[in-house]
Design a protein around this ligand. Sequence first.
Ligand code: A1D88
Length: 277
Amino acid sequence: MAHEHDHSHEEVPAFALEVPEFEFLRYEVAEGIAWVTFTRPKALNALAADVLREIAEVTEVIAEDPEVKVAVFTGEGKAFVAGADISEINALKDVFIGREFALAGQEVMNHIAALPVPTIAAINGYALGGGLELALACDLRVAATKAKLGLPEVGLGLIPGFGGTQRLPRLVGVGRAFDLILTGRHVPAEEALALGLVNRVADDAVAAARELAQAIMKNSPVALALAKEAVARGADVPLPEALEIEADLFGMTVTTHDMREGTAAFLEKRAPEFKGE
Ligand SMILES: C/C=C/C(=O)SCCNC(=O)CCNC(=O)[C@H](O)C(C)(C)COP(=O)(O)OP(=O)(O)OC[C@H]1O[C@@H](n2cnc3c(N)ncnc32)[C@H](O)[C@@H]1OP(=O)(O)O
């Protein structure tokens, strides 16, 4: 085959994943966990358009990386994410551009929600507005004791626009969601736990997220992906149809190596060795 270019990357094995350079986040994979850390602490990790673009890119990297079993999102400094960038919103004037702004943010959150691996928001500090909406797009939320969560948009003359008016009531119920959406107040972590808004509260959210990820990773990766798919696809359809989706996906599990291995290991009183297939 003729070589038309100087392939300076030729020594990289064909299967190596190309990870783009990120400016506003750090991407690391260690022991099966993909860590996405927002690194714009001076602006409290606010979601400027460029940050949202990088989040969309990193979800593609995660989805394609076979090493990743669980993904954790967290922030540097005193905030997880303090919302969409208010100076960018201040510049929005046209109704259609405003709508596009919300749709673009929603799309990024949808990318997170659609990831095939379990996702955890390690809420190290403020998770406000678009920041809470990002956490709501994750499967699980772990909050630091000092974290504050809220949807303060109405105080800015806005409404939540990155999924908050929809994902929050689905998670905690309409009445509890209205409390947050209409007051815009900052909810402390312990109260967020009582509301069902977060799954765990710990002094160190990152350490607690790591423990949660490790507990999840003991299970079959293929079962995790199918369980996640069942919940997601069943969420917005009538119950009889949702139960059919569950049965179809259950059917798929019985054809997997992991199901043979998991059930055999139980019967043989030993630990399973899952392959994710
Ligand atoms: C569809 C989605 C819509 C949305 O998400 S709308 C945004 C919703 N979020 C908010 O309304 C929260 C806004 N931020 C705050 O209320 C405060 O911050 C905090 C309570 C979280 C923290 O207050 P404190 O500790 O006093 O820090 P600080 O001096 O306000 O913030 C440090 C720097 O970060 C900038 N910043 C904070 N949040 C945002 C943001 N969401 N968009 C743009 N910049 C933000 C500030 O302005 C400041 O910057 P400088 O150092 O240059 O003065």
